[in-house]
Ligand binder design. Structure first.
Ligand SMILES: [Cu+2]
Length: 179
């Protein structure tokens, strides 16, 4: 191979690999919303968990609530039994309920059933993940890590986005409309 031929070959090789890299990127970007585990969409076994979040905590707060949407695409019920969080001493599954016009919080010691083919939403004022013994303040714009434990699907890694409560509430309608 003479020098010119070699250069052409190298150019072609570089061009081909750049082209395939671009193609790979485009493919990756296109398939991302459907298949990848992004922080706000986690697929694990038959479960699809979307938009996990917590609210910013006031300084030295001891507790915080975690919220997320869980879809069970399988044909068997699963049960959310608890979890862990790096930023809290204890993680439980709770339910808020109005009892005699007083809002009360109940620990679901038996877990929360996620029925086959159905979705459950943990949201402010209702079902929530309860973080107790906070080890740090939850700061807006950060993400904090934890796990959720399901009887059937096992342990799922979760990343909760830390959101400002006021901004979330005012933007709520818009956010839910876009889903
Ligand atoms: Cu609670």
């Amino acid at each position: 191979m003479n020098n010119t031929a070699r250069k052409t070959t190298i150019k072609k090789t570089v061009f081909t690999s750049v082209t395939s890299l671009v193609a790979a990127c485009v493919l990756y970007t296109m398939t991302l919303p459907l298949h990848a585990n992004e922080p706000h969409r986690i697929t694990h076994e038959d479960l699809i968990i979307t938009t996990p979040f917590v609210f910013v905590t006031p300084p030295a707060a001891l507790t915080a609530g975690g919220y997320l949407h869980i879809e069970n695409t399988g044909d068997k019920d699963d049960i959310l039994i608890g979890g862990t969080a790096a930023f809290a001493g204890k993680t439980e599954i709770h339910e808020m309920k109005m009892i005699d016009s007083v809002m009360k919080m109940k620990h679901l010691a038996q877990g929360l059933v996620i029925p086959a083919g159905e979705s459950i939403e943990l949201k402010p004022g209702g079902l929530h993940v309860m973080f107790m013994g906070l080890k740090e303040d939850l700061v807006e714009g950060k993400a904090v890590a934890g796990t959720l434990e399901f009887r059937k699907a096992g342990t799922v890694q979760i990343e909760y986005q830390v959101l400002d409560r006021k901004k979330h509430m005012s933007g709520k309608k818009h956010k839910h409309d876009s889903h």
